[in-house]
Structures are given as structure tokens and as C-alpha cells.
Ligand binder design. Structure first.
Ligand code: GUN
Length: 294
């Protein structure tokens, strides 16, 4: 029987643990962790994510400092705001929801966030620490989606050492940090991407397959090794025709119906990686808070 990995439940368990820890720390130090959430403009998907992140943060006892800015804000105005947040003592984590409008250079913005308040783990210092440190230390700030994927893998209680892992996608947000995390678990890691030759054959040899491509249901059963573990990072909106009506449905990068008959374990979409991204953001904010107390 294939295990359908319940990301919602695993994320809830992590959030419960964080809530207990935050309650204890808040009592002990008479202050609670603060997360500044910065959204520029009104990209619909970003609004959904920001709302979900804000609610979850409040649920575990994190104070949210909300900054919803006009899409016309200039780069230097945004930099000024981030510099203010860097100095603000009640702010332990800063999240700038991506993507930003085209006239703003995302990397310059991410570089401006203090590495000690980097709730997403995107600052070059934290990217560097992730690649240099040999272990996934408790006080590291780690990109949320790949960290969530790793926790889902660990929930299976199997030995990851020496496993052949293929990560499809080479983004700074998911693919590259995912590869670093798996390498630290002593997996043999390959990053595949849009220019990879014969990607299907490569993927079909993976014990662990992480799909972070952003194309609906592109990973078919032929791409999947028997008894592989499949983690689907994709969140794609697809139009479907239901009883003559066009509706939108959320699907992953993996053809779930096909893949679940071959995989040993697989994440669903929705309810797999998505909730873990949010839980790991709360974990990073709590980590930044704890680091600031030391
Ligand atoms: N946009 C898509 N994923 C993410 C994420 O993990 N963090 C931020 N800040 N923006 C995103």
C-alpha cells in the first residue's frame, strides 16, 4: 500500500510544538516573537499565501507586523522600510513575499534583510551557511519549502543515507537548497532542470524524487522508480470541465493518479508540501527569536 504523506497533519504537529515553545519563551522573557510580513502589490496567489502565513503565525503566538504596500513603491522606499524593520526590536523575522514587481530587483531586497531576521533563509549569508555547515543545525535559517520537504521525508523514518535523490528544478527558493539539505543527509544528489537530457530516464532511477518544476502533472509514471518516495512541490491551477462548467483545480507537478500506484510514498497536492512551507516559516521565526535571546 502506498503511503500518502499527510503534510497537513505533520505541519500541525510542528505548529503545536512551536506554540508550546513560544508560550514558554514568552512567559520566561516577557516578550513574544514578531514577524514582519511585507507584500508589494496584489498578486492573487501572494495574497492567499500571505493570509495563510499570517493566520498560522498568530495561531502559534507570533506577533505579525503587516506591511501591504502599493505595487508602485520604489526600490529605495522598500529598502528604507526593510532597514527600519532590521532595526525594530519587536521584529525577529522579516518575510518579503515573492515575486516582487518587475521594477524591483529581488536579490537586492533579499540582501537588504538582516541575515539574523531572514525568515525565509534567502540571504546570501544563510545560503552560504546552509552549504558549508555539515549538519542541519538547530539555529540555521533554512528556506522553508525544501526544509518542509526534508521533514516530510524524515516522517517516514527511513534511512536516507546513500539514497539516490533527484531534484527537478534549480531555483534558489527550492531546487538548490533542497539539494544541499539532501546532501547533508548523505544522499547522492542530482539536480535536473529544463535543459537536462533524457530527464525521464534520470528520474526513473531516483529512490527519492523531488518535483519542483511548476508545470502541471508533467511527471508521469514512467518517470518514477518502483517504490520511490515522491515529493511534489508544484502548486498549479488547472482549468477542468466539470458537468459542462469550467472550474479550477489545484494540481501538482506529478500526475498523482498514475504515480501513487508506483511510489512507496507520495505527497498529495493540496495537503502535502504547502502546509509544511508555512510551518517552517514559523520555525525559522522562532529560531531567529531564540537566537536573538542568546
Ligand atoms: N514565493 C513563493 N514561495 C515563496 C517563499 O517561500 N517565500 C517568499 N517570501 N516568497 C515566496
Amino acid at each position: 500500500m502506498t503511503t500518502i504523506i499527510d503534510g497537513k497533519l505533520i505541519a500541525q504537529n510542528l505548529k503545536d510544538k512551536l506554540k508550546t515553545e513560544i508560550t514558554h519563551l514568552t512567559k520566561k522573557y516577557n516578550k513574544s516573537p514578531g514577524l514582519a510580513v511585507v507584500q508589494v502589490g496584489d498578486v492573487a496567489a501572494s495574497s492567499v499565501y500571505v493570509k495563510a502565513k499570517t493566520k498560522s503565525a498568530k495561531d502559534v503566538g507570533i506577533e505579525v507586523i503587516d506591511h501591504h504596500l502599493d505595487s508602485q513603491i520604489t526600490q529605495s522606499e522598500l529598502i528604507n522600510l526593510i532597514n527600519k524593520l532590521n532595526d525594530q526590536v519587536n521584529v525577529n523575522g522579516i518575510l518579503v513575499q515573492l515575486p516582487l514587481p518587475k521594477h524591483i530587483d529581488e536579490q537586492i531586497i533579499l540582501d537588504t534583510i538582516s541575515p539574523y531576521k531572514d525568515a525565509d533563509g534567502f540571504h546570501p549569508l544563510n545560503v552560504g551557511k546552509l552549504s558549508i555547515n555539515e549538519k542541519n543545525d538547530e539555529n540555521l535559517l533554512i528556506p522553508c519549502t525544501p526544509f518542509g520537504c526534508l521533514l516530510l521525508l524524515k516522517s517516514l523514518n527511513i534511512d536516507l543515507k546513500g539514497k539516490n535523490a533527484v531534484v527537478i528544478g534549480r531555483s534558489n527558493i527550492v531546487g538548490k537548497p533542497m539539494a544541499q539539505l539532501l546532501l547533508k543527509e548523505s544522499c547522492t544528489v542530482t539536480i535536473a532542470h529544463s535543459k537536462t537530457i533524457n530527464i525521464e530516464t534520470l528520474c526513473s532511477k531516483a529512490d527519492i524524487l523531488i518535483a519542483a518544476i511548476g508545470k502541471p502533472e508533467i511527471v508521469k509514471k514512467e518517470w518514477i522508480k518502483n517504490n520511490a518516495i515522491v515529493i511534489d512541490v508544484g502548486i498549479n491551477r488547472m482549468n477542468i470541465n466539470k458537468e459542462g462548467e469550467v472550474k479550477t483545480k489545484l494540481v501538482g507537478d506529478v500526475d498523482f493518479r498514475e504515480a501513487k500506484n508506483k511510489a512507496f510514498a507520495i505527497t498529495p497536492v493540496p495537503g502535502g508540501v504547502g502546509p509544511m512551507t508555512i510551518a517552517c516559516l514559523l520555525r525559522n521565526t522562532t529560531t531567529a527569536f531564540k537566537n536573538s535571546l542568546n
